[in-house]
Design a protein around this ligand. Structure first.
Ligand SMILES: C=C(O[C@@H]1C=C(C(=O)O)C=C[C@H]1O)C(=O)O
Length: 182
């Protein structure tokens, strides 16, 4: 039963700078995992004439995981905006993402108003957008039941808005794009 506590607290994140994984990652996956432009745009291009959509899994106020709080320099006891989505091609999830934004005047409203529009389609329109370095893990998403080879995270900033975006590439994407297993 979901008692409102985040069971993923036990998840060991193991985030390391992308370069630390380069020797273990195929060049095909490096193109996806280390890219700094919009993942939404890349997925739409890779989908070709197949349908792309953002499926909202969950959006709520909640406590961030410890590794998320640390990435945002947030007190882990503070509530934050949590948004979980699946980026789907022809209804098949290729990527699942969990974004965490400190709860204050502007941030939550931004995320709450998005619905099933891509966070990236808004973020990458901001002229002053800043993105931290990309960190990578090989552990699967703690909030979604499917496995995948790589996860990545980075913090986006635009003015006072700050959001930690975590994206987990799923095995289905590797299958559909005939990418190597890692
Ligand atoms: C940051 C981006 O936005 C994408 C869309 C997301 C959403 O709608 O919640 C979350 C993560 C990203 O994969 C991007 O397109 O690069």
């Amino acid at each position: 039963m979901h008692d409102g506590h985040d069971r993923s607290q036990g998840w060991l994140p193991d985030w390391r700078p992308a370069d630390a994984w380069r020797a273990d990652m195929s060049p095909d996956w490096w193109q996806w995992v280390a890219s700094r432009d919009s993942l939404t745009s890349r997925l739409i291009e890779a989908a070709g004439d197949r349908d792309f959509r953002v499926r909202l899994i969950d959006q709520r106020l909640g406590r961030p995981r410890l590794d998320e709080a640390r990435a945002l320099a947030l007190d882990p006891r503070q509530q934050a905006w949590l948004r979980e989505v699946a980026l789907c091609i022809d209804e098949r999830p290729w990527v699942v993402a969990r974004s965490v934004a400190p709860m204050n005047r502007l941030q939550g409203q931004r995320l709450a108003q998005l619905g099933e529009r891509s966070l990236g389609s808004w973020l990458f329109r901001q002229p002053d957008l800043q993105r931290s370095r990309i960190e990578v893990t090989h552990r699967p998403a703690p909030f979604f039941p499917e496995q995948g080879p790589w996860g990545r995270r980075s913090v986006f900033q635009h003015g006072r808005f700050k959001v930690l975006v975590q994206e987990f590439f799923l095995d289905r994407m590797a299958d559909d794009l005939r990418l190597p297993s890692r």
